[in-house]
Design a protein. Sequence first.
Length: 133
Amino acid sequence: MVSRLVLVTSIVGLCWAACGCAGGPPPPSVSSTVEGLVTLDGADLTEGGTVNFTSPSTGNAAIAMVGPDGRFVVLSGMVPGDYKVTLTPQGPTPQNPAPRESKIPTKYRSDKTSDLTAKISSGKNELKFELKS
């Protein structure tokens, strides 16, 4: 009885490992660093929020928090390619449960209306997004 249990457990384990190892194509190579600045009407965007990158052709995506100086850094790196860019206002947090109305124009909040794009290449990328009210 014990040897049968060991045999069944071993077979199930091998099948599980084989299925897990062959689960689709390898992840794309992340060989780019991305950082930059967001401005609104010529001044640094100081209210925070996020910069969102989405590739319409590959589905690759990345996100970066905008700091109080308008600067952002994509911490995970990015796969080179062409990206649509949107900005999301800062939402409620435990430290700030009722954030004030965002100055980020509605146009830049949706991938359907934002005209912001980024071409990410291998290596270091320094971007600047200049929003207009």
